[in-house]
Each structure stands twice: as structure tokens, then as C-alpha cells.
Write a protein that binds this ligand. Sequence first.
Ligand SMILES: Nc1nc2c(ncn2[C@@H]2O[C@H](COP(=O)(O)OP(=O)(O)OP(=O)(O)O)[C@@H](O)[C@H]2O)c(=O)[nH]1
Ligand SMILES: [Mg+2]
Length: 192
Amino acid sequence: MAEHVILFAGPMGAGKTTAIEALSEVPVVRTEAANTDRETADKATTTVALDYGEITVGDVDKVRLYGIPGQRRFDFMWQILKDRARGLVVLVNADAPDPVASMLEFIEEFRDLHDRGGVVVGVTRADVVGGTSTAAFSDALYAAHPEMLVPVFTVDPREPEQMTTVLLTLVANIEMRAAMAPAAPAPAQEVH
Ligand SMILES: Nc1nc2c(ncn2[C@@H]2O[C@H](COP(=O)(O)OP(=O)(O)OP(=O)(O)O)[C@@H](O)[C@H]2O)c(=O)[nH]1
Ligand SMILES: [Mg+2]
């Protein structure tokens, strides 16, 4: 059984916890505390350590889903989880002050995950803003990092089917990358 560790990153209120709740087949471990920053995200609670959920893909692949806190003051958890993960879902809410810049910030912070696995972007709360299209996000990504291959979706994290599409795209990318990676060289033979 293959196992994937996927990180959900993005600004406060983007929908990381909501997405993991929508996807997980086991009760989600959540670490919510009262939200003292209602200006950034108008919701009662915020993640302070991590979210954890699990889903099985295609009957055999177990996917571990970790959500990290959006607030920078809790970013000690970012490093710990970054080292374990092989894939990244960046969720960014369309009603953030500058969602494109925010997306780029998280992509750059977690660049390693692109290089050793894969990255997808989900633009959330598109229904709240109206007129949101993925083009501005894809164009900015291509301008900043033409070498990176990152699919961009609009997604409502409350909808399990939509989140499943995003997750399966990422898992497919990771598996394709692994299949195409050159095999490790055979150990050198000693000559006597
Ligand atoms: N209308 C609408 N609401 C959404 C959408 N996506 C998320 N939400 C709501 O926005 C809020 C997102 O909250 P969380 O899931 O806690 O966000 P988070 O990314 O975990 O935030 P932190 O843990 O604080 O960093 C929830 O109330 C969701 O129901 C969307 O596409 N449309
Ligand atoms: Mg959260």
C-alpha cells in the first residue's frame, strides 16, 4: 500500500480545516482555539497546531492529510510538517486582501514540496467575491516560476466531490513524478 502525506497550507480562513473535514474518512483531529483576529477571517475559531485526517484513494493508497495554521505566529508547525510531506494543496481565499500574492508566498515557502512531489492550488470563496477566475493565479504563477507545473482550480472546500478532484489531481501528479524519476544507480561493484 502506497502512502502519501499531503499538506494543506494557505492564509487564515482559506478553508484548510473545512477541506480536511470534507475529505477525511476518519474523525478529524482538530486544534481550534478562539480566533482573536476577526479582521483577517470572520470566524469563531482558528487552527493553532494542526488538523489531521485520512482518506483511502483507489482502495490501496492511504493519504494522510495535514492542515497547518494560517497564522504566521504558529509557523513552528510548518517546518515540522513540511519535512514529512510529499505534496501540497495551497488554498487561498478569493476575498483575501491580495490572494495572488498570498498564493505565491505559500508556493515559495513550500517550494521543496513541488520539487519532490507536487503542488495544486485551490482558489476558495469564489462565490463570495464573484467574477473570480483562475487565470490571474495561473498567469502570476507562470510569470514568477515558469519551471513549475501547478494546476489551479476554483474549489469550494465544503464540497467533498470538488475537494476529491483537487486531491486526486495532486496524487496523480505525485505518482507520475515518482514513476518518471530515474531509478537509483546500482551500488558500485568492487573490483578485486
Ligand atoms: N461561501 C463559502 N464559504 C467558504 C468557502 N470555503 C470556505 N468557506 C468558509 O470559510 C471558512 C473557512 O474556515 P476554516 O476552514 O477554518 O479556514 P482555515 O483555512 O482552516 O483557517 P485557519 O485555521 O484559521 O488558518 C469556513 O467557515 C468555511 O465554511 C467557499 O468556497 N465559499
Ligand atoms: Mg484551520
